[in-house]
Design a protein around this ligand. Structure first.
Ligand code: COA
Length: 402
């Protein structure tokens, strides 16, 4: 009988909580995967698979209690300060640190451009990215198992495709990537049609590193599930983009931008924050499901934002609002640690490099290509079809009327 893998003590809490929460009358049919009668089905169920170990991985450690994020053992802050996205992606794919690893931007093949031109201009950029990867995959005929070379090719292509759509949606013609630039730099260059400011390219590169990998989140799990069927890497990434598109995952740093625009000045911050909380609403850019300490990604991006020229006024507002928000949240929720999350300073960095807010979620998807593809390679390396079981709650066997 297939069973879920319960390896750690977190499971026991999840088990008891969810079992006592579950009031559903068990049915007695035998349709739950064909073999299990639900009258006898006392196996634990964890909604959302919370607390269930769904994979073993050597790629990234999300240590929520201590506010640590490690890629292959290296702290995210060190990687942002000393690494490039090319080297960090290579580290995620291969497990080895090659500081000089390169990843030149790839041009968009004709059939992908044709597909992007056919899309409505107001299509979601996330849909455009998913479409581009799908067409690219149809051209590549990638085989199983996925390799670091496949991962490199896909990761180097997608920013060019999103930039092409970014121009088409404004009625502009796509431009070719400047292959002397980094992936993040060439993304800006292809979006704006000119060589980017070096500081902006570096700041976006830092964001790409910070957003590159984050454990078994919904989109990464999706990529692993698809890979586990022995499907190809482009299919896995299309599925992952679909999962990331949902507002519960892709996040909305653009909402942080709107929040700061509404607040307008530090003097108005405290009243605005208290009114928002009094209405039962949440402050964007604070709180996290896993982190109970300051999100290390927010810390790394804050440093980057502080180093960006032209950000002084906006950043000073963001920092003052953050201080007040942290104080008010601590007063309102003394028993719950609510700290700044990655979205808060992502908003600062993406706004600072001049990206339009509609492109924020898909840009997150570009950065996460490294993590998705690393997980696909790892899954394929020790593969087992991912096929959890379910508890059937429908009617007992019955028959159509004569
Ligand atoms: N602002 C105000 N209150 C918040 C809050 C926020 N940003 N985040 C959590 N809380 C409060 C909740 O109201 C709840 O209070 P209650 O127990 O009095 O009802 C308590 O903290 C626990 O919230 P819960 O929803 O159980 O926490 P979670 O771990 O499931 O939520 C998030 C995590 C990220 C969904 C949540 O913190 C949130 O909505 N943040 C704002 C959106 C955001 O920044 N998203 C980006 C995440 S990277």
């Amino acid at each position: 009988m297939p069973s879920l893998a319960y390896h750690d003590t977190a499971w026991a809490g999840g088990y008891h909580r969810h079992m006592t929460d579950t009031k559903t009358e068990p049915a007695t049919g035998s349709r739950s995967g064909g073999s299990t009668s639900t009258t006898a089905d006392t196996r634990p169920y964890s909604p959302g698979l919370e607390g269930v170990i769904g994979a073993e991985s050597a790629i990234g450690l999300v240590d929520g209690a201590n506010g640590r994020l490690l890629y292959r053992g290296y702290p995210i802050g060190e990687l942002v300060e000393n690494g490039t996205y090319a080297a960090v992606a290579d580290l995620l794919w291969t497990g080895e640190w090659h500081p000089d690893a390169g990843l030149a931007p790839e041009p968009v093949p004709g059939p992908v451009l044709t597909a992007l031109r056919e899309l409505p201009r107001d299509a979601s950029p996330m849909d455009a990215l998913r479409t581009a990867v799908s067409v690219w995959g149809a051209m590549q005929r990638l085989a199983f198992p996925p390799t670091p070379e496949d991962a490199r090719a896909l990761t180097a292509f997608s920013p060019s495709a999103l930039a092409a759509f970014g121009r088409l949606r404004q009625g502009l013609e796509p431009v070719q990537p400047d292959r002397s630039l980094s992936l993040a730099g060439a993304f800006l260059q292809q979006l704006n049609g000119e060589r980017p400011d070096a500081a902006a390219a570096k700041a976006l590169e830092a964001y790409f590193i910070v957003a590159g990998e984050h454990g078994l989140n919904a989109s990464t799990f999706t990529a692993r599930v698809i890979t586990a069927t022995r499907s190809d890497l482009a299919s896995a990434v299309c599925g992952a983009i679909g999962a990331l598109k949902g507002p519960l995952h892709g996040g909305a740093p653009s909402e942080v931008v709107s929040q700061l625009h509404e607040i307008g000045s530090p003097e108005r911050a405290e009243a605005w924050i208290k009114d928002t909380l009094d209405r039962g609403e949440r402050l964007m850019g604070f709180g996290h499901r896993v982190y109970r300490a300051y999100d290390p990604r927010a810390a790394a991006l804050r440093k980057v934002a502080e180093g960006m020229a032209g950000m002084a006024d906006w950043l000073s507002l963001a920092v003052k609002v953050e201080d007040i928000a942290l104080r008010v949240l601590a007063e309102r929720h003394p028993d719950r640690v609510l700290k700044t999350n990655v979205e808060y300073y992502t908003a600062a960095v993406l706004q600072g490099v001049g990206l339009p807010p509609e492109l924020y979620p898909a840009t997150f998807g570009l950065a996460r290509h490294a993590g998705w593809t690393a997980h696909a390679i790892e899954q394929a390396g020790a593969n087992r079809l991912i096929r959890p079981d379910m508890r059937y709650t429908g009617p007992e066997e019955r028959h159509l009327p004569d």
